[in-house]
Design a protein around this ligand. Structure first.
Ligand code: HEM
Ligand code: HEM
Length: 295
């Protein structure tokens, strides 16, 4: 049976994480330092050290995991990373004794929380998106969809050529308007311009409609094409195939855009997770060095 990194080895790392949290919590409840709980008591030092070791180890995992090719070993590492990383929220919070302020210590804490929260998002996309990507691609690859789009563009262009310069120009413009991918923002929001292409075409049909006999109800472009077909004539046939092509292209290009969007979302969170880890390490080292100065 397929085993995800969350259920890996019958939730081994979930249990280790829970055990670590339970032990920290029990120690915190039993421990009764005369000046109140804080990072400077023996338990404070212990929890701080455990927390810092975990953070260094989690960072090391990130760098290390790239050399792992066996997926089972990778799942184990990721499982430990996720559950032990999550347990840090409690361990580090108990370490501080809830003494927060505007200082380097709390900065380290805040950065840690940001790394962990972005990690949650990472888990969410890793669990959810591979399925969505497979379903969206429906047995083809992005490359073959792009090839098909290109072929459809060429076909539409040569067909529209037979419908006069006006139609040809519109199809040409709509092809130019279709930009798939683009910058980070347009990747994330998946605006591929295909809709614009169809809007242009619809406009084009509306114009043609205005030239024809006036009818009341003409809601969709297909109705329009049917109307033209009913009216007979070679142009209407050509227009109908043109619309088929454009519709097929729109379907394909929104699939490709979705594909790019999913991929972008699967990566974007790492642009928070990794830089925040670097900042966390710097703040953590500053924190540890500074508390030893006051000691
Ligand atoms: C080797 C590891 C660590 C050591 C030796 C250590 C040491 C200390 C000490 C001695 C204090 C008390 C400072 C005081 O009362 O003025 C403290 C407080 C604190 N520590 Fe740590 N710490 C460690 C790891 C961590 C980690 C991993 C975090 C979170 C990312 C963290 C966040 C804090 C915070 C927020 C406080 C409260 C600061 C305050 O009182 O304003 N520490 N730590
Ligand atoms: C302070 C705690 C943490 C640190 C320092 C940390 C650090 C890192 C680093 C350096 C990477 C490597 C990224 C790369 O270059 O590919 C990574 C990957 C990852 N982290 Fe964390 N992380 C922490 C906590 C968490 C938590 C709590 C979660 C989830 C709940 C999480 C989920 C992930 C995931 C899913 C990956 C991607 C692994 C992969 O691409 O195969 N992390 N982490």
């Amino acid at each position: 049976m397929h085993e995800s990194f969350l259920t890996y080895a019958r939730y081994r790392w979930l249990w280790v994480g829970l055990l670590l949290m339970a032990a920290s919590l029990i120690a915190y409840i039993i421990h009764d330092p005369f000046d109140g709980p804080n990072g400077g008591t023996w338990l404070g030092y212990t929890l701080g050290t455990v927390g810092a070791l975990l953070i260094f180890w989690l960072t090391w995992f990130g760098l290390r995991k790239r050399t792992y090719s066996a997926s089972s070993a990778l799942r184990g590492w990721l499982s430990a990373h996720v559950f032990l990383g999550t347990s840090l929220i409690l361990i580090a919070t108990l370490h501080t004794g809830f003494q927060f302020g505007l200082n380097i210590h709390t900065l380290a804490y805040t950065l840690m929380v940001l790394v962990i929260l972005s990690g949650f998002f990472g888990v969410f996309v890793y669990l959810r998106f591979p399925n969505l990507i497979t379903r969206n691609r429906s047995n083809t690859s992005r490359e073959s969809m792009l090839e098909e789009i290109d072929a459809l563009d060429q076909e539409a262009l040569s067909l529209s050529d037979k419908l006069g310069p006006k139609v040809h120009g519109m199809v040409l413009r709509s092809i130019e308007n279709t930009r798939i991918g683009g910058g980070v923002w347009s990747q994330l929001t998946a605006k591929d311009g295909a809709q614009k292409a169809l809007d242009t075409t619809r406009e084009m049909l509306d114009k043609l409609k205005d030239q024809g006999p006036k009818t009341q109800e003409m809601p969709t472009m297909f109705a329009m094409v049917d109307f033209l077909a009913d009216a007979g004539g070679d142009d209407a046939d050509k227009l109908r195939s043109l619309m088929d092509m454009l519709q097929r292209k729109k379907t394909l290009s929104s699939k490709v855009s979705k594909d790019i969007q999913y991929q972008a979302l699967m990566e974007i969170w790492l642009y928070v997770h990794v830089p925040m880890t670097v900042a966390l390490l710097a703040a953590l080292i500053a924190h540890i060095v500074s508390v030893f100065f006051y000691w």
